[in-house]
Design a protein around this ligand. Structure first.
Ligand code: ADP
Length: 493
């Protein structure tokens, strides 16, 4: 008898995907739909919640029909999602009262500055592990309540619901029966106390968010809701939920303190498991939940870089010096060195560990010999140096790290993965299954419904496809690190 499949919904920033996984973590099927990005003003980014919902529903139905054609059953659903994005909807109609405000949206920058000048920043960092920044959900909820007629009063009366994308999807999937989320999504809102593991009255009050609009917070593996037959055509349990980076960490089975994963997509997100105790960073990294299982929280330190693969997109779409992302590997490989050229891709400011919103990108060291290959190599190298800065920040916070597990679209590039190992001076491990985000959500659901009995079974599933070991001499590493540090110093505003 074949084992049942696990359906994972991966609702990302640019597309909605559904994947079916086998028990051993291999892929059975994948369906994907892109949706529109809306930029109504400079620095604003919105999604249409109906498009998020429709694309998600379509990919789920497509996947379920593939399972049915193959005569395979589905044990449960896991959800992973773009984090921090805010949706506020009417409980009576299920309709959003405003477009979704996306994590990238900077419209509340002024509110955040004011919270800091009013002296609230330390309290937020102490209780949530985050920084007061528009990136996180809290100030965006307040913005919607202040800008939609009557919304604040209705929210106070309990007529409106807030949710991150997971929460909105579960409301819809359950036919309006469930208003729930998981602890990893909750911990990115600026409203959730990561030490007490619950919504924090004081934080909600400072941000002007009525607690009546908040979802119930569950462990990452839990009975979140059951899908409505009228909506999805079948009743299935949603039994696992985690925000995208947390899910990737689970998909990479980073369950022991000291284990670290780094995801290289549009941006780069590095997450280090620090175990049962939250560690406050002295280097502007975020303290966050890795996951919460059986009521027990595992914490993590996270560093995010805004531009990783986006630098390669810029080479292709902005400069037009490569035709596709794959070409970057050949160009970089054929140069004997970087010829002293460094790109600091601070196109939208700098993320961790610098958090310099006003810095802008810069290219250093150009000569008459610099061409497309030099610039391409500088772009790939910049991803590695930024990772080095994150790793060094984690080390300064007391972490001892001896290997890093990588995933995401960029790490198919062998040259990049090799250079990363050389610059970090530790082995870089690439897994067989690189769809770690979707896999992590499937694993959570599988744990809840008994497809897996323990984390050890997940650990046993992880398989290395290739390991890249450092191959740069000490002298070169010291030199490129110093030249990069100099480029950073000159770029900071
Ligand atoms: P996201 O989930 O953020 O959309 P993906 O994990 O799908 O991102 O990765 C896509 C990113 O990886 C793009 O920015 C693309 O430029 C980059 N990328 C894809 N293939 C390569 C490659 N071979 N070399 C370098 N970058 C690549």
């Amino acid at each position: 008898m074949t084992t049942p499949l696990l359906l994972s919904i991966d609702q990302g920033t640019t597309s909605s995907r559904a994947m079916l996984f086998e028990r051993d973590g291999s892929t059975f099927a994948l369906a994907q739909r892109e949706f529109k990005q809306y930029y109504p003003q400079s620095g604003w980014v919105e999604h249409d919640p109906e498009e998020i919902w429709q694309t998600t529903l379509e990919v789920c139905k497509e996947s379920l029909s593939k399972a049915k054609s193959a005569n395979r059953s589905v044990a449960a659903i896991g959800i992973t999602n773009q984090r921090e994005t805010v949706i506020v909807w009417d409980r009576s109609t299920g309709k959003a009262i405003h477009p979704a405000i996306v994590w990238q949206d900077r419209r509340t920058a002024e509110t955040c500055r004011k919270l800091s000048t009013d002296g609230h920043a330390d309290m937020f960092t102490r209780k949530t592990g985050l920084l007061v920044d528009p990136y996180f959900s809290g100030t965006k909820i307040g913005w919607i309540l202040d800008h939609v007629d009557g919304a604040r009063v209705r929210a106070e009366r309990g007529e409106l619901a807030f949710g991150t994308v997971d929460s909105f999807l579960m409301w819809r999937l359950s036919g309006g029966q469930a208003h729930v989320t998981d602890a990893t999504n909750a911990c990115r809102t600026l409203l959730f106390n990561i030490h007490d593991n619950r919504w924090d009255e004081q934080l909600c009050s400072v941000l002007g968010v009525p607690m009546a609009m908040l979802p119930d917070v569950h462990d990452c593996a839990a009975d979140f809701c059951t899908t409505s037959k009228e909506v999805l055509g079948v009743e299935l349990k949603v039994a696992g939920v985690a925000g995208d980076q947390h899910a990737a960490s689970i998909g990479q089975v980073c369950f022991e303190p000291g284990m670290i994963k780094s995801t290289y997509g549009t941006g780069c997100f590095m997450m280090l498991n620090t175990g049962a105790k939250p560690i406050a960073s002295s280097n502007k990294l975020l303290t966050t939940l890795a996951y919460r299982l059986d009521g027990k929280t595992s914490y993590a330190i996270e560093g995010s870089i805004f531009v990783a693969g986006a630098a390669i997109q810029w080479l292709r779409d902005g400069l037009g010096i490569i035709k596709d992302a794959e070409e970057s590997q050949e160009l970089a490989k054929n140069l004997d060195s970087n010829h002293g050229v460094y790109l600091v891709p601070a196109f939208t400011g700098m993320g961790a560990p610098y958090w310099d919103a006003d810095a802008r990108g810069a290219l250093y060291g150009l000569t008459r010999n610099s061409g497309p290959a030099t610039i391409t190599r500088a772009a790939l190298e910049s991803v590695c140096y930024q990772s080095m800065d994150l790793l060094n920040a984690m080390r300064s916070d007391g972490a001892s790290i001896d290997t890093v597990r990588v995933d995401g679209g960029m790490v198919k590039n062998d040259w990049l993965s090799q250079y990363l190992a050389s610059v970090l001076n530790i082995p870089v491990e690439r897994p067989m299954q690189t769809e770690t985000t979707a896999l992590g959500a499937a694993y959570l659901a599988g744990l809840q419904v008994g497809v897996y009995d323990s984390l050890d079974e997940l650990t046993a599933n992880w398989q290395q496809e290739r390991v890249f070991t450092p191959s740069m001499d000490e002298h070169t590493r010291t030199q490129v690190s110093a030249e990069w540090a100099d480029a950073i110093r000159r770029t900071r505003s």
